[in-house]
Design a protein around this ligand. Sequence first.
Ligand code: ASP
Ligand code: MG
Length: 427
Amino acid sequence: MSDGTNIRRVAEIFCSDPARRYLVVSAPGKRFGGDAKITDLLYETHRAVAEGREPVIFRKVKERFFGIVRELGISFDIGSVLAETEEAILRERSEEFTASRGEYLIARVMAALLGVPFIDAKDVVRFSDDGRLDAGMTFSLTAEALRGKERAVVAGFYGADGAGKIHTFSRGGSDVSGAIVARAAGAELYENWTDVSGFLACDPRIVDSPAHIASLSYRELRELSYMGANVLHSESIFPVREANIPILIKNTFRPSDEGTLIVPTAGYVPAARPVTGIAGKKNFAVIYIEKSNMNGEIGFARRILSVLERRGISFEHMPSGIDTISFVIDEAELGEGTLETLEREICEAVHPDLCKTLIDIALIAVVGHGMSKTVGTSARLFDAIARAGVNVRMIDQGSSELNIIVGVDNENYERTMRAVYDEFFKK
Ligand code: ASP
Ligand code: MG
């Protein structure tokens, strides 16, 4: 969606199959390496407004949209819409409002190009006052707006609360909007057109041309995208999952590529390999707590959890053994000195035999429904890691046996990913 040519390409794809009814758009991205995404320019615009500077950067946004409309050769008065938008940005002084305008503007342009109604997400995607999606309200408002419309364009990424104040999802959130519209429309399929041909079994920046994943279950997708496989926003599964609507990831630039089909977990037949994909992230801290007879002590975990809750810290994983429990926390959650505070407060709360903290840990998630049915998968996994000379700092097997999470030092992250990939995909 970066320029006129690509916007036409999207319009052609949309029109090439009458079963495609509703189009959810995200803001124009980069046209070339080093170019700016419209959404990033808008965040910068807001920073200028908030700091009382002239938002000169908004000129770039205007130029991009003027250029797009010129290239498309449509008679759409983008000038007036941009002028109104600029005024509203200066008046509202809200980061989320400003950031959402890329989707608003491109949806208006797209609706004009296709000659179909434009649906403003502020009228159909409902957030609560504290900025969380009100799913029930959203589905019914969206369904109502779509009713009777053969086709329509909906702006992605944002919505509004009951008072009309604009809220956005987190970055990449147009994927969530797409899922909402698919759900509200009772769609047979949610197609997500992007710039890659679906999911790969490992990060291509670490492993050379990793295997392509033809199909995944919702659960596997959730595990992989949560752990950094960034093809689809990790929250885009919820709206479609309850309605069993499959998601098909397709590449706008290579429409004949197969893509990745994401299907309901029940009835999903895993691939012949025990492992479907591998993903990972660096920079976690692990608080490790040991106390003999911990399992007999009622309320032990709760007292630790209250410490985290009081400090407003969320944790990612909680591996536990008979006398041990660990909390894995994203280091981005931690401020200066937070770990020391947590350690001290945990000691006061539960008087452990040992409480220590590991930092700069990378987590690697090995994901696949096939694992639970294949004897020896974890033996192969840990053997491969050992052969790579890497020391495992933490292990957590999700209770679903869908994933095994391995913690290693940040510096061993890439090496471990390669060793695990080679073990499961090159043999
Ligand atoms: N434009 C928004 C972003 O850059 C949302 C999206 O692209 O899905 O994050
Ligand atoms: Mg996207």
